[in-house]
Design a protein around this ligand. Sequence first.
Ligand SMILES: *Cc1c(COP(=O)(O)O)cnc(C)c1O
Length: 477
Amino acid sequence: MNEVRYFSRTPMPLEMHKVCIVQKTNLPPVERRVEAIREAGFNSYRLFSEDVYLDMLTDSGVNAMTNEQLGAMMVADEAYAGTMTYKKLSAKLTEIFGKTYFLPAHQGRACEHILAKTFVREGDLVPMNFMFGTAVAQISLMGGSFVSLLDDKGLQKQSDEPFKGDFDERKLISILDSEAERIAYVRIEAGTNLIGGQPISMRSMLRAAELCRERGIMSVLDASLLQDNLHFIKTREHPELTIREITRRIADAMDIIYFSARKFGFGRGGVIITDDEAHYLDMKAYVSRYEGFPTYGGMSIREMEAIAVGLDDTMDEVTISQGPAFISYLCAELSKNGVDVVTPPGGLGCHVDARKFVPHIPLAQYPAGSLAAAIYIASGARGMERGGIDEPWEDPNVEPFGAMELVRLAMPRRVYTVSQLNYLIDRLIWLKQNAHIIGGLRFPEGSKRHFYDALESIGDWPQALAAKFREDFRDSL
Ligand SMILES: *Cc1c(COP(=O)(O)O)cnc(C)c1O
């Protein structure tokens, strides 16, 4: 029982916190928004905060802290070696996950670097439920490769499947049996990021870990998005267990757990934990080489204090239901108004289906990138393109097109209110009615075509969109 409902019984997204400290934001008029996105090369990564009203690019490092976290930062024990803050965070991690050894790193990809350095050799393979960019980058740098073993149901954009992040168990068994000698470890990703923050069931996590254990293969949990995943296990799979019990059962099954504390723990940093002393010592050598002394590992000590407190919040059923409740509200209101989104709503954010929104824009003109730019012009909200622009190139001569073409509207935790979401919903409904005005984008001749490179609009549709906005909204911002 952690849901508040309207008298009509529909769920009510209700903020379960009060605001202590605020940051002013700016909603520039539509004329400035067109200018700003043009200056940014129609790429939302290149906008600066002064031009952004709702920053829904990511949930990374932008989650609001509590008064208790901010207070804890003031008592941080600043010491290069042997800070007491390390002991505090270590004890909190052991309390929650039951693991003995803790290594700090500066963020999630740094943990992935340490893991790959320690365990991946040339020619090795890392099976996973689904790939994530930073994880596979580190594995390939070591000469290893990965294979995604997601159950096909996970790639259907619209369904009512509660756990789209599950492994295809048959494929997992077959790989574990045929490739056993070159498998470095199996990576299990909670809250599967690139398929829309979709959860993996506790059943699938435990089964994957068990299959590994039977074969003497190491299981590694990427817990960066575990917070939302815990909420979904509690509400969709194991209502009889507490969040702490669910966490402990998962942790007990895994050999190594790591996470980006930019997401999990409401802070900024990275954490690796294990019970295996030999693995701990092997990884520790790399932490001191690449991150910092192993009692801070490149993190600010203050952030470590904040994470130690924030971890308690990730174990709080009401707190962790907030993100999913707000995302679910945003998705439901958009669907109701004819905007296609990935369903069921997951954690992380609302994912708008760009191919359905702007069916007239060909893949070669980046529908999701175009829609992200148009959403910014219509609302001052920046989302993230998840499509062709972001797609890794396997063959340098062949441009890959996005399989999904989504615009992600991430939901930073405890940051935006329902009235701000209502504003965004209104602007998206307007944009949907005017979607025919939105045109495509292209990279200028000779551009490097990296996901944060500048693009240009094909024709002056941004101006036309702003003119229509002005006509319809008169003197409103
Ligand atoms: C964000 C993320 C990472 C990488 O973490 P950073 O702190 O951004 O380096 C790794 N795995 C998953 C699932 C993530 O969402």
